[in-house]
Design a protein around this ligand. Sequence first.
Ligand SMILES: Cc1cc2nc3c(=O)[nH]c(=O)nc-3n(C[C@H](O)[C@H](O)[C@H](O)COP(=O)(O)OP(=O)(O)OC[C@H]3O[C@@H](n4cnc5c(N)ncnc54)[C@H](O)[C@@H]3O)c2cc1C
Length: 303
Amino acid sequence: MALPGGVERDYSLARLTTVRAGGDAELFARPRSARELVDLLAWAAADGIAVEAVGSGSNLLVADAGVRGLVLKLDGELSTIEREGTMLVCGGGVRLPSAAAKAAGWGLGGLEFGINIPGTVGGAVRMNANAYGGQLARVLEWVEVCTAAGAERRVPDELGFAYRSSNLGPGEVVSRAAFGLAEAEPAAVKAILAEMRAKRREAQPSGIKTFGSTFKNPDDPRAEGRTAGQLLEAAGCRGLAAGGARFSPKHANFVENTGSATTADVLSVMAAGRRRVKERFGVELEPEVQVLGEVEWPQGWER
Ligand SMILES: Cc1cc2nc3c(=O)[nH]c(=O)nc-3n(C[C@H](O)[C@H](O)[C@H](O)COP(=O)(O)OP(=O)(O)OC[C@H]3O[C@@H](n4cnc5c(N)ncnc54)[C@H](O)[C@@H]3O)c2cc1C
């Protein structure tokens, strides 16, 4: 098959994820503009090639056997930050902490919650990311979504936001997003960022290879209001290991790659934790982490 310019074969994805595990993308490209992105999506659609996007890979588990089809990582114009009055217009590939810091420097408040979410704007929209009550939808003005048919703007009401999810599918890539912010004193916004960083440092392990929350907080009366982390901890999962993967000793809902974890190791420790919580509390935890490629869920997963 002849490939368009810039498309590579067998590209290692592990280094594009924060947990540093998993195999290769069959095809990989870094579109640098909405035009390039739409052209790639149209080429893939015409050839029946599946497409997935990766952002910072901070909520991503890649199959050890790799991912069939085309994987895209946004670059160039799609990772720049601009100011339009009190609006911050970001490429889908911009890291949320960079957007939050830039907004602070420009004296714009409202995006502070992004300082602790180590994902991109596109990944945050797809996942409806949130931290400390600062909802994304509250400041999001519009999103530019590229598909094989072209680029179009959507407003938050059209994105089907629910807890850690949106209605965006694999062939729909967030290329830009605009946040409506409020003028504020740069020093005051920076002080909030510092406070939020400190709060996070206390609550979560840092410097580990992880994808953040493994399971969603359950909406199940048997959980009695407890978070996924609290249930895992009560079920004795802190430090529970399988191969090179373990539940963090500091935060039971974080799985950590201790050196040489495969995705199979991660799935197996997830299955063990989920089983313990099911046995102890009757609650079935659902993964928050997104999986790229085909994986074999360990026996007894009962999804
Ligand atoms: C230490 C740590 C702390 C975290 N804390 C939080 C937190 O407080 N709150 C929170 O909500 N999350 C948190 N996360 C999880 C993660 O950062 C968020 O889910 C983030 O929004 C994922 O963005 P990403 O760019 O890394 O997406 P990825 O992990 O690369 O991808 C996630 C999903 O988004 C899709 N995607 C990526 N880019 C695009 C795009 N441009 N267009 C369309 N789809 C796309 C992918 O295909 C995949 O389905 C944390 C993660 C870590 C490692």
